[in-house]
Design a protein around this ligand. Sequence first.
Ligand SMILES: C[S@@+](CC[C@H](N)C(=O)[O-])C[C@H]1O[C@@H](n2cnc3c(N)ncnc32)[C@H](O)[C@@H]1O
Length: 255
Amino acid sequence: MNITSYQQHLLSDIDRLTAFYEAINQKSRGVVYDLGTGSGILSSWAAPLAHFVYAVEKDTLTAKLAQKNLKSFKNVSVLVNDARNINFSENADLIICEMMDTALIEEEQVPVLNSVQKHLKENGDIIPCGVFNGLEAVHLDSNHPIYHEGKTQHELMSKLLIYDKINFKKHINEKKDHHITIPINTDGIVSGIKITTFTLLTSRLICGPTPMLNPPLLVPTNHLNVKKGENIILNLKYSMGGGLNTIRASIETIS
Ligand SMILES: C[S@@+](CC[C@H](N)C(=O)[O-])C[C@H]1O[C@@H](n2cnc3c(N)ncnc32)[C@H](O)[C@@H]1O
């Protein structure tokens, strides 16, 4: 395959690939859009089961490589464009969109889905079809959000709490404003949260974080001395697709 080093990392993540492969094998049919096709790997799995695949990639160099990788498939067309700008001439039986990132904050998954949902046929499918977002209170030494790749030291101070469930087939409000009560289970100082995203490839196939699919995100907050058994309130705002600099996270005791 012709690929960039970023695409190489994506293709080295076997757990991510296995989950997508299984979902595409179950759902590919008719007209497929593969939005953010990258190397074209997901289109190459969808094409043998589909009538036609529109593989969309906004990065020109990556799109050229996808064109080379997919040239043997006569039923695939690579479109070099932002997926939000395309006026598709036929509606989709399946939309594959892998512009995922933790809590859907950094990448354009949500704005892209909001703009293409109107092109999905009534009984159509989307892969992934949604996410569950969870969080834990943590003690953390960082003054900026950081993806946890096994190196960042942090101490867990609460259980995992699912705070949001998003269905990709429905319009998604891009602005999030949560006020979440977190039961603390250890004495110490809370200074951040750890966000974990679970991806629903299909309604029956869930994939936890992998190195290249939503690695947990550590977000600093103000510091708060806490006792085991106490509840604290987390105020958490961000814009999905707006980037990590839209995150506002603060904690307070319950008065
Ligand atoms: C995480 S990669 C996934 C690549 C490939 N689908 C895979 O699973 O290996 C996301 C790709 O989406 C592309 N992308 C991001 N935003 C886009 C947009 N608005 N329209 C089209 N492509 C986009 C990026 O350039 C990148 O190649």
